[in-house]
Ligand binder design. Sequence first.
Ligand SMILES: NC(=O)c1ccc[n+]([C@@H]2O[C@H](COP(=O)([O-])OP(=O)(O)OC[C@H]3O[C@@H](n4cnc5c(N)ncnc54)[C@H](OP(=O)(O)O)[C@@H]3O)[C@@H](O)[C@H]2O)c1
Length: 292
Amino acid sequence: MLGAAGIADGFVMPAIAASGNGRLVAIASRDESRAQQVASRHGVSRVSASYEALLEDPEVEAVYIPLVNSLHKEWTLRAVAAGKHVLCEKPLGMNASEAEEMGVAAGAAGVHLMEAFMYRFHPRAKAFVASLRDPMFVHATFGFSFHDPSNYRMKKELGGGALLDVGCYTVSVARWILGEVDGVSARARGAEVDMTVSGLLHFPGGATAAVWASFESPEEQELTVVTKSGKERLERPFSSMDPDPYRLMVESFADSVMRDEPVAIPIIDSVANMKVLDLMAEAAGIGIREAT
Ligand SMILES: NC(=O)c1ccc[n+]([C@@H]2O[C@H](COP(=O)([O-])OP(=O)(O)OC[C@H]3O[C@@H](n4cnc5c(N)ncnc54)[C@H](OP(=O)(O)O)[C@@H]3O)[C@@H](O)[C@H]2O)c1
């Protein structure tokens, strides 16, 4: 575990501990005492002295990267250079060119790299998408209320903003259903970071998706698809925990590593998602995120 992040502590570490094919070996954090607490909660025996030290640990075969978005590329590149497989949190990088560079590096090093889009592993989401016939319009929203100024989500240079944080899900699901985007329009509001972003994605053949992401609303998730025969809706499309999609994700990733088979979410898919996020950022006038 490269970082004692909230998502690691709350969801991914329990998922690995419960998984049938993974084992938590070590954790590293900038704050050793916090890492110590997280390690003891999840039965991890080793706290590494630094992120670098964890990458030198020969018992560690794969790392999970739940760092702030601006560090995803750097630590993925360092991990693959150390010969580790990488499960990296969403969004894969700050922009499409970072994601592409990460994929190329993993390919050259012969290790597996996957973006941790856990909702894609939920059986209900998979069944829903597989059941759709002739989808014409997707309406996808993901919002919640978030105002902590000290959190990275509120800091542009760390990859904050609603588009990268939750917009990535709405774009991902629209592409999962409708295929690749051939045009976008978008609007955003917010000062330091984009607090709310809405967009219209255009697909070949005339299908469209209306996507909306926000840090300014009560908890909000919606996935409605209009097909030629009616309207289909999936409840809580992005964070349903029945059953645990994090466990299904880490088991799938570990299976890919151990069998040396392609990961379930190929890098080409993650790069295509980031390209749409870049287009939306440009169209909305918030600018593509860059690591500083
Ligand atoms: N898949 C999901 O369901 C899901 C849900 C939430 C978040 N995420 C993703 O997971 C990642 C982490 O999100 P989170 O909510 O868990 O965030 P978080 O609790 O703030 O954790 C971020 C981690 O980044 C590290 N870090 C390094 N430099 C930092 C800096 N300058 N400021 C703050 N932290 C810094 C910290 O590691 P140290 O331990 O070394 O201090 C910290 O533990 C993000 O990429 C986010 O998009 C995914």
